[in-house]
Structures are given as structure tokens and as C-alpha cells.
Design a protein around this ligand. Sequence first.
Ligand code: TLP
Length: 345
Amino acid sequence: MAAPMIDLRSDTVTKPTPAMREAMCSADVGDDVYGEDPTVNFLQEKVAALLGTEAALFMPSGCASNQVAIKSHTTSGDEIIVEEDAHIFNYETAAPAVLSSVQVKTIRGVRGAMSVDQLPAAVRPGAYYMPKTRLIALENTHNRAGGTLYPIDEIRKISAYAHSNGILMHLDGARLWNASVASGIAPKGYAQYFDSVSVCFSKGLGAPVGSALCGTKEFLTKARKWRKVFGGGMRQAGILAAGAIYALDHHIDRLHEDHEKARLFAERVGASSVLDVELDAVQTNIVLVDVTKTGKTPDEVIEMLRHKGVMVSGGTFTTIRAVTHLDVSMEQIRAAADAVIALFP
Ligand code: TLP
């Protein structure tokens, strides 16, 4: 029998463990549109406590969470600022334009991080004929930059600058748990600088579905309305929330293992004479591998690897992306790296 595929396309591919399924199976549920699902309510309180925010709202996905945040913070014709490789700008199907009628201005950062010095030239002066800069959204860890950490000092400075100019701050923290484990900074240490934070349970934490949007009660009252408008009002969602609770209790501390796997993969693959890995940029569970010197496109390399039993995804225009997670073992990571090296010595 052929060996099973080693799936490094994303940490979103993880499946709930038997113990997580057990917790989901026995969850107490109610109708969450009435606010009556006890498991959802418990999860929301738990996440708010972890992030140090007044409240939290369970969301069906990371995209829903980011987009409900944008909708709740802005009015049509506003402008939002994101780094040019941001998930919100690249992978959310132009949703800020579609759902919120806002314009997105991008700033080119370094490893996914814009700096406060770039803001004075980007923030609009406030003339009536210009869009109003209403929101700055940062991403931590930064997906398209390869799972990089956002320096906390820079976040603090950007937040101070934004708030002193009447601009709100949102954090796409789909992988904030990874950032926290890698940096040693608690999630609330990051969250304190933002007006809203989105976190995901369905990436490195291994839950099947779900995210949470965190902020003040006033903000989340608005967000609850927009969640319903966007079709995200869920009923007996406690079954899903139970998976998220299990993930928070059991799958945060182990994230360092995924980071070690990513480092091992990066070091082994980086030994190839035609593949380039920026080892300094491998800070959590994502590895970007530049394939330019192979003379092949990322898509061609992805296809070649698939034939060797290794699944990876596209990173940027010149890179492939491997993401480590709880469903791949260290042995599989070694085997995957060996397969890559065998193709591209
Ligand atoms: N990212 C996915 C793809 O969409 C690229 C992945 O495989 O990494 N913010 C960030 C930073 C993300 O990486 C993602 C998912 C999301 C938001 C959206 O989350 P979902 O898929 O739950 O809507």
C-alpha cells in the first residue's frame, strides 16, 4: 500500500482528535441566535479572558471575523490600511470592497510588518474630497510573510499613532496563539493595543471550525448584528464551540512542537543547491521555500512534490509554502524534507 500523503498545505487541514470529538459530542447546546447556547457563551467568556477584552463573539471563520470587524468599524467610503501581503487584502476575495464599500490602501512592510514611520505618508489629511482613514489592520503571525512575528514595540507605536489620529486598530490574529508561544508574550499582551482582535481555532489549534472576534461589548453588539446580516448567526453552535474549548485547553502549549518541525524542515530543505529558505524568517509553523533557481514555477514544483507524496501550497509568486501542524509527526517532516531534497538536491 502506498504511504499516506504528508499534507503540509496548511494547518487548516487538521482533523479533530478522538478526545476533541468526544467533547463536541457531549456538548450542552442551545440556540445561539437567542444567545442561549451555554457552550458558546462559555467559549466567548474564556476567549475574552485570555485576550483581556470585555467580550468575544464566536464566528464561523477567520474571514467572517475580519470582515465583520471591518464592517463594524467603518462606513462606506472609508479607507483602511493594511500591509501589502495581508490576508485581508490577498485572500478574502475583495470582501472589504464587496461587503463594506471601503477602499484598501496597502503599505509595503518588512516580513509582513509595516512600521510607524510609514504612516504619516499613508494616513489621509482629512479633506472632504479624500477618503477617511478609519482603520489599520495588522496580522500576527503574518501568513504570506511566512509565519513571522510582529515586533511588539512596533505594534505599540502604531497603535499610539493611530489612536492619536482617530484611527481604529484591528488585529488579524488567526495565528496569534503561535505568535504568543514563539514570543513568550501573552495573547492579552498583544490584544491591549487593538480595538478588535480576530483569533482562529481551526488553524494550529486543530478545531474543525471557528474563530472569535474580541473587543468591547459596545463593538460586539454591532458585530453581532453584522454577523447575522452576513449569514453567520448560528443555532446549536455549542457543538463547534466545544471543539474550540478543547483546543484552547489542550493544543496551545504544544504549538512549540509545530515550530520545531518547521525549523527542521526549513534547515533540511535549505540545504538544497536550488531551493532557498530564509531561515531567520522561519519563526513559527510556516516555511516559505523560494523555487526560482529550479527554473520551475511554484505550481510545477507543487505538482512534482504531490507525485512524491508531499502536499504543499503556493506561497508568494516565487515560493511554495509548507505549514506544520498537529497531524504531522516529526518523522513525516523528515520524510517530506527528504522527498524535497531527492527532487532538488
Ligand atoms: N489562511 C488560509 C488561506 O486562506 C491562505 C491558510 O491556509 O493559511 N487570517 C489569516 C492570517 C489566515 O491565514 C487565514 C486563513 C484567515 C485569516 C482566514 O481564515 P478562514 O479560512 O477560517 O476564513
